[in-house]
Write a protein that binds this ligand. Structure first.
Ligand code: HXC
Ligand code: NAP
Length: 281
């Protein structure tokens, strides 16, 4: 799909890059010539992922453990990557925390856990790197991984919905404010892409996992490679006029949920024969 040097020598930081979608994006970026830095809380997971990723794809993966809820740790992480590679071109704000629960069952600590990772963590990483980009007189790009309920909201994942809405607004606000420094801000809103981290917290039973498919008009979940290709496309210099945009990749899921008659796609042809007799004059 892409020429093999599409991202050649671009230095890309991926938060939550040792597992799930962050890792899948990282693998694709390596294949396209990028130099990676991956960060998350679990150091052992990061080092294992880095050696597996380079063994499979070549290239270099620098690891640095960091809890994105801690602003000092974030600054140290950004400094360490900058020192290691001499610069940074891209930040992928991908780390997230989430789980299903009726909101009235949550403690304030549960709310803080999710908002801290998703909204504050994204803001801290963006701010720490943005300051360095501005000081160095060079541009860069942030690509924030949100989700479609950033604009619809969703019950039972309310802290995540509030945090992702905040990240989307952060994306759009800084796309305008920091464009004068050559810093671009974009987002991707994925629909359901099975990962261990998301599925064990959001679809822990076979019934809930099946429901994730039934809401999608294409009747399937996303392939990690599809999301990784979209992310690579958005990082390419050839599309660098994209700024402040959020691209959805969800098989039509969120539009399906909003259309009052969408579920008629389940009616068999015989039922349509009967209905047309009733509705046609
Ligand atoms: C209710 C819960 C809970 C649950 C934790 N808490 N899990 N409350 N239901 N299922 C509460 C705890 O009781 C505690 O409150 C508080 O939250 C903090 O919990 P800790 O376990 O101490 O927090 P921590 O170790 O920091 O872990 C953070 C976490 C955890 C968010 C709770 O799930 C995590 O590490 N997640 C990272 C990975 C992840 O979530 N991946 C999924 C992303 S998927 P008390 O009051 O008891 O102290 C995603 C998809 C979006 O974002 C879109 C899908 C379509
Ligand atoms: P995942 O595998 O659970 O990934 C989350 C990553 O974030 C992990 O690598 C985790 O690593 C890291 N992380 C969590 N808390 C952190 C913290 N405090 N500091 C630093 N890193 C932290 O989930 P995923 O499904 O790949 O999700 C990736 C992104 O896609 C998220 O932004 C999610 O909201 C979004 N998304 C996913 C789906 C889906 O269907 N999977 C749908 C829509 C949106 P550690 O545990 O080592 O810290």
């Amino acid at each position: 799909m892409f020429r093999p040097d599409l991202l050649k020598d671009k230095v890309i930081i991926i938060t939550g890059g040792g597992s799930g979608l962050g890792r899948s994006m990282g693998e694709r970026f390596l294949q396209l010539g990028a130099r990676l830095a991956i960060t998350s809380r679990n150091e052992e997971k990061l080092t294992t992922a880095a050696s597996e990723m380079t063994a499979a794809n070549g290239g270099e993966v620098f690891t640095y453990p960091c809890d994105v809820r801690n602003p000092e740790a974030v600054e140290q992480m950004i400094d360490a990557v900058w020192e290691h590679y001499g610069t940074v071109d891209v930040l992928i704000n991908n780390a997230a925390g989430n789980f299903i629960s009726p909101t009235e069952r949550l403690s304030h600590r549960a709310v803080d856990a999710v908002l801290g990772i998703v909204l504050h963590g994204t803001f801290y990483c963006t701010l720490a790197l943005g300051k360095k980009w501005i000081e160095a007189g060079r541009g860069g790009q942030c690509l924030n991984i949100v989700t479609t309920y950033a604009w619809t909201g969703s019950g039972f994942v309310t802290p995540s919905a509030a945090a992702k809405a905040g990240v989307l607004t952060l994306t759009r606000s800084l796309a305008v404010e920091w464009a004068r420094y050559g810093i671009r801000m974009n987002a991707i809103a994925p629909g359901p892409f099975p990962t261990e981290g998301a599925w064990e917290r959001l679809a822990p039973t076979p019934e809930l996992a099946q429901q994730a498919i039934e809401r999608v008009p294409l009747r399937r979940v996303g392939e990690h490679s599809e999301l990784a290709n979209l992310a690579a496309f958005m990082l390419a210099d050839e599309v660098s006029y994209i700024n402040g945009e959020c691209i959805t990749i969800d098989g039509g899921e969120w539009l399906y949920s909003g259309g009052q008659f969408s579920q008629l796609d389940r009616l068999p042809a015989e039922m349509w024969d009967m209905l047309s007799k009733m509705t046609k004059k």
